[in-house]
Design a protein around this ligand. Structure first.
Ligand code: ATP
Ligand code: MG
Length: 377
């Protein structure tokens, strides 16, 4: 089987690693350079999309911000999965919100802003405090504003107007501020014949809008809610592949924050913590193979490595500590890799996180410090 992945980042890389034992070969299409590259070495192995499509048995994507002309060509080949509509919905908050509403899935109240008048309507309808997010191109908390009081509307409007004017079809989605207790996400897979398998929920800690720490949790009531919403969204899209839903947990009730039509950062823990990792399950689904078990095999946390390209080698001596580098050039804040830490029971996992907090730079790994601080208090 040969799978072409749109996008050539770490997610394509990890799909490639997970696909090898099943004889699934991956090539990656870099949408910027238009080169086809090897997902591990980034060596150029072909040029142009048409030829790459020809060679592929299946085409999929590792991210949602893909030019629509590229999606259209892939769609015409009849080889693209999950579906171009799913990718478009993941890349446009207006479509995403409409999708959630149509699937009957709880999400934060919102309106769409194109003009200054729309902003006033949003303030009246959604209320303050509110979160404002660009409809297109947002990730890792970028393209967002917070409005905490009405007087600040004048101050942030010029920036919002500039964002709307800067690109075609751009708008701002105004959302009510959700006073959540915590953020969780559900990663799962849906097969060609409609079978759904979800992983245990992960609890996620974001720092400055970027995921820092993700831990698989055992929360049966939330799991049930999340699974139901997952099935509603996945079935409404006739989805094939791995899909992620991010939630706000508000006193035991889940609201969907956003969806990601792909393998997801909060599912990286499955590489060590689940019977079958999310990357393998995505490939199994899009290649029409049976899904693998999503059962938890070990308590696991995933720690993102942001803006750092080396770690003390002594970390590898810790039992259950696994480092995954992405082979990327170092830039401030960039996702460079992640650490998966496993344990036999939850208390041991917390102890290991405390141990890591002693070794890891507190500025680069704030969420681990927080765990250690809470544990000590
Ligand atoms: P991602 O990298 O996950 O795609 P993103 O840039 O698409 O991020 P969101 O996930 O929508 O953005 O928002 C980033 C973070 O901001 C959320 O994880 C959450 O902590 C906070 N946030 C977003 N929307 C709201 C809201 N309506 N109320 C409260 N906090 C919010
Ligand atoms: Mg998010």
């Amino acid at each position: 089987m040969h799978v072409l992945v749109l996008g050539s980042g770490q997610l394509a890389r990890m799909m490639s690693l997970a696909g090898a034992p099943l004889n699934i070969e991956i090539s990656a299409f870099d949408v910027n350079s238009k080169n086809v590259v090897h997902p591990l070495t980034q060596a150029v192995i072909g040029h142009g999309l048409e030829q790459a499509i020809e060679k592929a048995d299946v085409i999929t994507a590792e991210f949602e911000h893909i030019p629509h002309d590229v999606l259209a060509v892939c769609e015409r080949s009849g080889k693209f999965l999950p579906s171009t509509d799913s990718i478009k919905a993941g890349g446009d908050r207006r479509l995403e919100k409409a999708l959630l509403d149509n699937a009957g899935v709880r999400n934060a109240k919102y309106t769409v802003i194109n003009t200054r008048e729309d902003f006033d309507t949003a303030i009246a309808h959604v209320g303050i405090p509110m979160v404002l997010k660009s409809a297109l191109g947002g990730y890792d908390g970028k393209g967002q504003w917070r409005l905490k009081n009405a007087e600040d509307a004048e101050k942030i409007w010029p920036e919002m107007a500039e964002c709307i004017a800067a690109s075609n079809n751009q708008a701002i989605v105004a959302e009510e501020f959700v006073p959540f207790d915590r953020e969780v996400s559900l990663v799962g897979a849906r097969s060609k014949n409609g079978e759904v398998a979800v992983y245990p929920l992960a609890e996620n800690v974001h720092v400055n809008g970027v995921l820092s720490l993700s831990t698989a949790i055992d929360a049966p009531e939330l799991q049930e809610q999340a699974k139901e919403m997952f099935a509603a969204v996945a079935n409404s899209l006739d989805y094939v592949g791995v899909l992620a839903l991010e939630f706000f947990d508000v006193q035991g009730t889940l609201l969907v924050n956003e969806i990601a039509p792909r393998v997801h950062n909060s599912g990286h823990w499955t590489q060590q913590g689940a019977e079958t990792c999310q990357f393998e399950n995505h490939l199994r689904a899009v290649c029409g193979m049976p899904l693998g078990s999503t059962n938890l095999v070990r308590e696991t946390s995933m720690i993102n490595i942001l803006g750092e390209d080396s770690l003390p080698e002594s970390l590898l001596a810790m039992e259950g500590c696994h480092i995954h580098w992405y082979g990327k050039e170092k830039r401030p804040g960039r996702k460079m890799g992640h650490i998966n830490v496993t344990a036999d029971y939850h208390g041991e996992l917390v102890r290991k996180l405390c141990e890591l907090a002693e070794v890891l730079d507190p500025v680069a790994f704030p969420a681990v410090q927080e765990v250690a601080k809470q544990f000590k208090s």
